[in-house]
Design a protein around this ligand. Structure first.
Ligand code: NAP
Length: 343
């Protein structure tokens, strides 16, 4: 499989960026690693042409994107990187995809770039990754022929969560932006409220092999931006397995360690989605390995479809709006197993 297109990856030598570069190469694209540190680019990708660019220097981004057919931004915190890289992609008139899990950064992408991206006829897809992207695809697929629903619930059954430095820094930036408040999506909007005590716990009925297990409710992830960006669902809730949430919150939890030849960790996940409308409910679940690694096939499949013209809209759109969700999910069968669940 040979594709002539060059796809730039900003933040290429980060943990997720490396998975994305490897996935692009495996899919026959020419990967163009970009980042702000020349030495780390050269060490990480000795056999690839690479370019140095800084989000503080628009001209460096313009030079870095020259000749690229698309850019995937893996450099977080996206509160700092998304705006400058999207602006450069729009100047270059190429599609932009990122893996942002930060709720407020994703809100900003929709708020600031919707008109410009539509006017440029260019695709901008934020949160095209495990959090925000996969949940949105699953909710959209579960909806089937429903055009609206009363509630959507996305439960994350992670076996563990060994966070990367980027995850931790991005979490801190998001918490600072919230000024210590918590956020949930209710009544058709993001609602900020005081962090009053522990998050609520409940038992979530995950499919086998996980089975019922405790989750934190109101563990709010980027799906609360992506799902309601295109589906009229006034209540969107996300949940996290308590063990994984504790890993994330415990100082000193180690970073992920590769245990297979693809560099994936031993972490497994089940994402279980339930939508309700008028007293009926529909469900679908997805199982896979390593939430960072799976973000690479998600982002690269998005780029492939945009470059092939297999999109449903232009401008800023989440995965579920930009793509045919069931077809997109089926295309990930090498990395993701799907389980329609009877309600
Ligand atoms: N939505 C999802 O499910 C999902 C999945 C995977 C990752 N992510 C997000 O992706 C981001 C990266 O995660 P990671 O696991 O790859 O972390 P990582 O291994 O720590 O890598 C972070 C990367 O971002 C770059 N970076 C950070 N700040 C930058 C800035 N201001 N300008 C240019 N480059 C900058 C870093 O370069 P330097 O070393 O030069 O700082 C590095 O290349 C995080 O925000 C994470 O939350 C989200």
């Amino acid at each position: 499989m040979t594709r002539s297109q060059t796809v730039a990856v900003y933040g290429a030598y980060g943990h997720t960026g490396r998975f994305v570069v490897a996935q692009l190469r495996a899919q026959g694209f020419t990967a163009l690693p970009l980042g702000r540190d020349a030495d780390r680019l050269a060490e990480s990708f000795p056999d690839l042409a690479h370019r140095v660019a800084s989000v503080d220097d628009p001209a460096s981004l313009d030079r870095a994107l020259r000749g690229a057919a698309a850019v995937i931004n893996c450099a977080g915190p996206f509160a700092l990187t998304a705006g400058p890289v999207i602006e450069a992609a729009l100047r270059a008139r190429i599609p932009y995809v990122d893996v942002a899990a930060e709720i407020e950064a994703n809100v900003d992408t929709f708020a600031h770039f919707t008109d410009q991206a539509r006017a440029a006829g260019t695709a901008v897809v934020p949160a095209m990754a495990f959090f925000g992207g996969l949940g949105d695809l699953l909710v959209t697929a579960a909806m089937g022929d429903w055009t609206s629903a009363d509630e959507a619930h996305v439960a994350y059954g992670l076996s563990s969560w060994h966070p990367t430095g980027g995850t931790l820094v991005s979490g801190t930036v998001s918490r600072d932006r919230r000024d210590g408040r918590r956020v949930r999506y209710t009544g058709g909007r993001l609602a900020y409220h005081a962090a009053d005590g522990e998050l609520p716990t409940l038992d979530w009925d995950f499919p086998a092999p996980l089975g019922p297990r405790p989750v934190y409710g109101d563990f709010t992830m980027a799906d609360v931006v992506t799902v309601p960006s295109h589906l009229p669902i006034p209540e969107v809730r996300t949940y996290m397995a308590t063990g994984a949430a504790r890993d994330l919150g415990t100082p000193g939890t180690p970073a992920p360690v590769a245990v297979d030849d693809q560099g994936r960790s031993a972490q497994t996940f089940t994402v279980d989605v339930l939508v309700r409308a008028g007293g009926e409910q529909r469900r679908i679940a997805a199982h896979g390995r390593d939430i960072y690694a799976i973000s690479a096939p998600l982002a690269v499949e998005a780029v492939r479809r945009i470059l092939d013209g297999r999109t449903l809209t232009t401008g800023v759109a989440s995965a579920g709006q930009m793509f045919d969700a069931p077809d997109f999910l089926r295309a990930l069968s090498a990395d993701l197993s799907l389980e329609p669940r009877s309600a």
